[in-house]
Design a protein around this ligand. Structure first.
Ligand code: ADP
Ligand code: MG
Length: 488
């Protein structure tokens, strides 16, 4: 463990900070400065750490190794609608958003099985955990089955850290061998291109109609440049066009043809387009469904022949409830061979239901209220900033009815080790103690029963001040980072 190096990091000199910021700006490590800011007029560099953060090498390898197993797990659960129905029964009663999603589950069943192209990009997130004897282990924070972002900007941060690792003006010198290549910027567009080709092979739309990929976005998202890197790489490397549309746009322009192809009539195109893949970077929060129009758009997409990334079923696999269920003995094992299940299970923190057995829910509520620093209360939401911690959790649990409580799960609180680093935000360098969260992208593609791709799509490291409980990069709390691997 490179203790001396990382407990006392030297502050970078002003020219070194300038070099890092200038690298970020000139390599497109950018965000909008505010939601709904006019594109191109309000650019700031995305927040990043000056140093790569230490991450336990064996834990990193463990996370990469189990990614294809997790992909299979997500895929197999998503194909088992009865399982989803059973396990989400109580959640649907108490959480309106999950209920609305669930109501669309049957839409995809109209497609003949052999024509079903299923494609997912998930991201599995982990903290390091320090065991009783000081040993480092991997602990899964959650599985993201929709809109896992920052892969492309994350790749650029690893390039930035590699650049600084040898540049004369920088004091962040380190061996390149300790900085693993994290190539989501290459892997995710390549996976989308393979999925697009599978769609063409299987659905063979009329060759005179242009076929495009669609990215469903939130209007005014500050993270549009991460999305654009992906879109533009698809064009540059694979000659494939991806159009950005909001759910409201889709409501306006989409219809299904006789073969259930998703047909888009855009005002700036001379002819309609057909969608091969609909890749969601929106649609994970009730805020994305401001009216029934957005729900109608989501339904049209689900009914279409396009591969949904994710389908409603996959999105439901990513609910906190299903992740809690998987922690129970025998559940992962229903879907995977024992050896694979064991390696996944080794990363699980304990999770508890608050919906099934009334007595058990009451007992767990009491335990959590008496030990409020040891648990996290999680609702069925995505995108950060939704979890409830500490005193707020205690207050919430005390006042909730049994039905309200059933919309949440309780999770053991993971205590990742903190390391000093320097945060670069708006060109300013600020030292702090940070905790790092590793994300590993997994891509999975199947046609009918045949699996065509099941692989790792690169990694991402995001760090946040150890003093903050929650909050992502977009929320202004976390920063983009990359791992500096250490052997224990
Ligand atoms: P979301 O889907 O909203 O991103 P997460 O489960 O990833 O929800 O939680 C958001 C953040 O909360 C994580 O990035 C992490 O920083 C923190 N967090 C989540 N679960 C735990 C946990 N069990 N222990 C400690 N922190 C957690
Ligand atoms: Mg999430």
């Amino acid at each position: 463990m490179p203790d001396s190096m990382f407990r006392r990091v030297p502050k970078p000199t002003p020219p070194a900070v300038l070099e890092a910021v200038s690298y970020a700006a000139s390599h497109g490590i950018l965000m909008s400065s505010a939601k709904h800011a006019t594109p191109g007029t309000s650019l700031v560099h995305a927040p990043f750490t000056y140093y790569p953060s230490p991450f336990h090498a064996e834990s990193y390898r463990h996370a990469v190794e189990i990614t294809p197993y997790l992909n299979s797990l997500v895929h197999r659960i998503a194909s088992d609608h009865k399982y989803l129905k059973d396990k989400l029964a109580a959640t649907i009663e108490s959480d309106e958003f999950t209920r609305r999603l669930f109501a669309l589950l049957a839409c995809s069943e109209d497609q003949p099985q052999q024509r079903r192209v299923k494609f997912s990009i998930c991201r599995y997130d982990y903290f390091m955990h320090v065991g009783e004897h000081g040993e480092y282990r991997l602990r899964m924070v959650e599985m993201n089955c929709i809109a896992a972002s920052y892969g492309c900007l994350g790749t650029k941060i690893s390039h930035l850290h590699r650049y600084l690792s040898s540049h004369p003006v920088s004091n962040a010198h380190t061996s390149l061998k300790l900085l693993p290549k994290t190539d989501a910027l290459h892997a995710l567009p390549a996976a989308l291109a393979t999925a697009h080709k599978a769609f063409l092979d299987v659905c063979a739309p009329d060759s005179s109609v242009p076929v495009v990929l669609v990215m469903v976005v939130q209007p005014g998202d500050t993270n549009s440049y991460d999305q654009d890197l992906l879109r533009q790489t698809l064009w540059e490397k694979h000659s494939l066009e991806m159009v950005r549309l909001s759910l409201a746009d889709i409501y306006q322009c989409a219809s299904l043809d006789a073969s259930s192809n998703l047909t888009l009539t855009l005002s700036d195109r001379s002819q309609p387009l057909i969608a091969s893949i609909v890749y969601f970077r929106a649609g994970y929060t009730p805020n994305d469904f401001v009216s029934e129009k957005e729900w109608t758009a989501r339904e049209i997409v689900e009914k279409s022949s396009a591969a949904k990334c994710p389908s409603i079923a996959m999105q439901l696999v990513g609910t906190k409830k299903i992740q809690q269920v998987l922690d129970q003995p025998g559940e992962v094992e229903r879907f995977l061979p024992e050896e694979q299940a064991k390696k996944i299970r080794a990363t699980f923190a304990r999770q508890f239901a608050l919906d099934e057995d009334e007595e058990e829910a009451h007992r767990m509520t009491q335990t959590a209220m008496e030990n409020e620093m040891d648990f996290v209360l999680k609702p069925q939401r995505e995108g950060g900033g939704n979890n409830v911690y500490a005193q707020q959790m205690k207050d919430a649990l005390r006042t909730m009815s049994a039905k309200e409580r059933a919309a949440f799960v309780l999770m053991e609180r993971i205590r990742p080790p903190a390391f000093k680093n320097v945060m670069i935000r708006d060109g300013m360098a600020v030292e702090d103690e940070l905790v790092a969260e590793l994300g590993v992208y997994g891509v999975h593609l199947s046609v009918g029963d045949e699996v065509i791709d099941n692989s790792t799509g690169g990694t991402l490291l995001r760090s946040k001040p150890a003093s903050k409980e929650d909050g992502g990069v977009s929320a202004g709390i976390a920063l983009l980072d990359s791992p500096l691997l250490f052997e224990q």
